[in-house]
Design a protein around this ligand. Structure first.
Ligand SMILES: [Zn+2]
Length: 544
């Protein structure tokens, strides 16, 4: 979920003087498409019928509309013409990867001279609107997920629902989903596609979200619509369009399906007092592995998601739980192309052997499961944690999921549920992953959450750096208490809805020290990619 941080600092003085805006000087950085390793998104379609293949093509067409809408939200109306105006090949490529002229993995710094800072509200709010103006404006429904804010001719603000602003595109997408439904072999999935089509053109997503929880017998799936709120860095209220087209991996799914059953028991064992864990995580959740065959819109911008935990709707989560989708082919790409090379550079020889794909897969999987733990509403009844923590909400939630994921692994390992695997594999692979995620920069909620955790663990001695070799190792004894302390801290900040506390944590611990920066620079100098980018589509799948 959600979003972050103000690169320009607004300092308002008290007393008579008007507020003065101090804007940090904005440097233009160089385009760097090489930080993304190329990866061809394919999957084994051998088992699929002709109808299913046809359906995948239609779902990809619908996804491309989400891609176009996301461009409008992130950048502006006519992105094609803008891209065509960029002469330099590297710059144009980098603009495509970032859906705009700002480097998403470097705090959204501009890489084209003269474009200025990225508006915190992207193209979802007027660029010249302040937080205060929005807060004071009378706009019914203004804390909603599915609307644009624009100015009237007289300068006042108005709200335009997505289904009005994007009526034409959404109608096309809805027609495609209905047409895909005709090819579906699963009746439930066909019904879901029809409900989702209706949702797209009405901005009413809850019914389709609820129904999606029941769709179990489909080999092909799609996540589509305005879903995550990271693009709204002003408030974290509004969702951006995206899509994933997915093919279920039955073999790996069977391996995963049993873990959701442990959630209620693990919720009870959380290291906080009862009022912070009174909510019951939905047990009717499922956990499955997929190969992704298409990413579009938000999911395809900057860093690529390797696991999904949806729906975000708190009511659905409380009554039904969530579905967790592990994106296996994308995960494998990141492990091979990024994690292993990072380990070679930064992990102590004595622990290098603990970095395994199975541990990477498990850590990512349990991160997703752990989103279901903890609390969704503040303990004093002020509302959902997400609403109260505003732009810090995403970092707190991602940080919680990371640390509680490791807590789950530790507990399940103790109980003998994880088989004959060395617990140290999970911890060392976890630390290596932190380096990978920190490279996403402070503009990403995941990146910020990882900086907090890295500093927390370094300060507590759970991570150690050898001054001579410049390599890191895990102190397994200290790891346990550091894990408990950080879990308690994040669960409490969330339960209390402590916005000031969350900000303070991000400001003090969500930073990259000089030492860490120097170590991260070693990864850059070794040309280790930061993320992956996909060659994807109908041709790549051999469906033409
Ligand atoms: Zn997450």
């Amino acid at each position: 979920m959600g979003a972050l941080f103000v690169s320009a600092i607004l300092a308002s003085c008290g007393g008579e003087a008007p507020p003065v805006a101090i804007v940090a000087p904005l440097t233009t950085v160089a385009p760097r498409p090489e930080i993304y390793a190329d990866f061809q998104l394919t999957a084994d379609l051998g088992e699929l019928s002709d109808k299913q293949r046809e359906m995948i093509k239609i779902l990809i067409d619908a996804s491309q509309i989400m891609d176009d809408l996301y461009w409008k939200q992130a950048y502006g109306e006519d992105h094609e013409a803008w891209l065509d105006s960029i002469a330099d090949v590297d710059t144009r490529r980098f603009a495509e990867l970032n859906y705009g002229p700002w480097d998403r993995l470097d705090d959204d710094k501009p890489f084209i001279e003269g474009v200025g800072a990225k508006p915190l509200g992207a193209n979802i709010y007027p660029a010249d609107m302040s937080k205060e103006e929005f807060e004071q404006a009378y706009l019914p429904g203004k804390v909603g997920l599915y609307s644009l804010i624009r100015r009237n001719a007289d300068g006042s603000l108005r709200l335009i629902p997505y289904h009005v602003a994007y009526a034409e595109e959404l109608k096309k997408a809805a027609l495609l989903l209905r047409s895909a439904a005709k090819h579906a072999e699963s009746t439930d999935f066909a019904n879901y596609l029809k409900l989702r089509a209706a949702a797209l053109i009405s901005d009413e997503f809850q019914v389709s979200d609820m129904y999606w929880m029941d769709v179990r017998d489909n080999d092909i799936d799609i996540v589509i619509g305005p879903i995550e709120t990271y693009e709204d860095r002003l408030f974290g209220y509004r969702a951006a369009y995206e899509a994933y087209v997915l093919i279920k991996d039955h073999e790996w799914s069977d391996r995963l399906s049993r873990f959701a059953d442990f959630l209620p028991q693990l919720q009870k064992g959380l290291p906080v007092s009862d009022e912070y864990k009174w909510e019951t995580p939905g047990t009717d959740s499922d956990l499955n592995a997929y190969d992704v065959v298409y990413y579009a819109g938000h999911s395809n911008a900057g860093s690529k998601t390797i696991a999904i935990n949806l729906p975000n709707d708190e009511e659905v989560q409380l009554t039904r739980g969530t579905r967790r989708l592990q994106l296996k082919n994308a995960m494998r790409a990141k492990f091979d192309k990024i994690l292993e090379p990072i380990a070679d550079e930064l992990i102590d020889e004595s622990q290098r052997g603990h970095i395994t794909f199975d541990a990477f897969f498990a850590n990512t999987m349990f991160h997703e499961v752990a989103h279901g733990l903890g609390i969704k509403n503040t303990i004093d009844g002020r509302g959902t944690v997400r609403e109260v923590l505003l732009e810090t909400a995403s970092s707190m939630e991602e940080g919680k999921a990371d640390i509680l994921g490791l807590y789950m692994i530790t507990e399940l390992h103790k109980a003998g549920e994880l088989g004959d695997v060395d617990l140290h594999d999970y911890y060392v692979t976890f630390m290596t992953s932190v380096f990978r995620s920190i490279r996403f920069g402070a503009a990403s909620a995941h990146g910020k959450a990882n900086m907090v955790r890295f500093n927390f663990f370094l300060d507590s001695g759970a991570f150690e750096r050898d001054a001579e070799t410049g390599k890191y190792r895990v102190d397994f004894e200290r790891m346990a208490s550091a894990m408990t302390d950080l879990s308690r801290l994040l669960l409490t900040l969330q339960g209390d809805g402590d916005y000031d506390g969350a900000r303070e944590l991000l400001e003090t611990k969500g930073v990259i020290s000089e030492q860490l920066q120097a170590d991260l620079d070693r990864l850059t100098n070794a040309s280790i990619p930061v993320d992956i980018t996909f060659q994807q589509g109908i041709a790549e799948l051999g469906l033409e």
